[in-house]
Design a protein around this ligand. Structure first.
Ligand code: SF4
Length: 307
């Protein structure tokens, strides 16, 4: 056959969670696990093929473009990835003011710039830094600009997309303090997307661990971090964080590559090719996400067996 159609990749599959104002959810997993796809689906940058995303009383997947544009200021993605990278020659004030132009077109230019300056100051970017080209800013200042851009419309749902990746510990700490303060008022829900389990557990109330588009474990951040039940959660906790912007890691010969694994996910438990506890049953059937205690859920055939 001269050509063949590539199989559709189901990047995110069978995920359910509720998030209320004042709560912070962390979504963790290695690059390629589907967490960013989920973030983009929630902020309507990516179309969904099935399922439901409800925001208050509205079904987001069924909104018209006009209705979505009206709702958009309430759901914002803070990111420096892909098309969210800061244009290097524009000042931070211009970056935020231009974002406001798209979200609040009725607001006059002078007012947009005043709001942009205030939004930047609220995240610790003073006017002299905000006037510099974004390309001259340190990464930690760029993170603050991305946050100001997302917060300028006072969103009810803020999604932070790997904001602290690639930062040294010293540069991270003030930003962790800032991100923690964003939870303060109780009026906003926040989602943190990251490959760093320990960091996410620090920032979030609840954590959802993803692998190849599926949830492996979810529950209260403190208990998942201190007593992870799923073998993949344990692996994530002991692995050094992967900088999503770096070259993809070398994959061992016996493991499927990330792209192959996404288009041809392993049968049974998707984690079985690398799970140290895998048995025959793991290849035969998909483990369901089951409640193990309170709001703690795990997708592993053997968790109840005390492994
Ligand atoms: S179901 Fe099997 S392969 Fe999957 S995590 Fe549990 S032990 Fe490992």
């Amino acid at each position: 056959m001269p050509w063949h159609r590539e199989p559709a990749v189901r990047a995110v599959d069978d995920i359910h969670f509720d998030l209320y104002a004042g709560q912070t959810l962390g979504i963790v997993g290695a690059p390629g696990c589907g967490k960013r796809t989920l973030a983009l689906a929630l902020s309507d940058q990516l179309p969904t093929s099935a399922g439901s995303i409800r925001y208050r009383d509205q079904e987001l997947t069924a909104l018209s473009k006009k209705d979505w544009l009206q709702l958009r200021p309430q759901i914002q993605l803070a990111s420096l990835n892909g098309r969210y990278a800061l244009p290097p020659r524009k000042s931070a004030i211009d970056v935020v003011a231009e974002s406001l132009r798209g979200l609040r077109p009725a607001v006059a230019l002078a007012e947009r710039r005043a709001r942009a300056t205030a939004a930047l100051a609220a995240v610790g970017v003073e006017a002299d830094i905000g006037a510099k080209p974004a390309g001259d800013l340190e990464r930690s200042a760029c993170v603050r600009v991305a946050l100001a851009r997302a917060l300028a419309t006072n969103p009810q749902l803020l999604i932070c997309d790997e904001l602290l990746s690639g930062l040294e510990a010293a540069a991270r700490q003030p930003l962790i303090t800032l991100l923690t303060a964003l939870r303060g008022s109780g009026e906003r829900a926040v989602i943190h997307i990251s490959d760093d389990f320990a960091l996410t557990a620090q920032l979030a109330d609840r954590v959802l661990v993803m692998y190849l588009g599926k949830v492996m474990e979810q529950g209260a951040a403190a208990s998942l971090h201190s007593q992870p039940k799923h073998p993949y959660s344990r692996e994530l906790l002991t692995a050094p964080p992967v900088d999503a912007r770096a070259a993809p890691p070398v994959v061992s010969r016996w493991l499927p590559s990330r792209d192959t694994a996404r288009s041809h996910p392993p049968m049974g438990c998707v984690y079985h090719p690398r799970c140290p506890l895998a048995e025959h049953a793991c290849v035969q059937s998909v483990p369901l996400l089951r409640r193990v205690k309170g709001e703690h859920y795990v997708a592993c055939h053997f968790v109840a067996g005390g492994r």
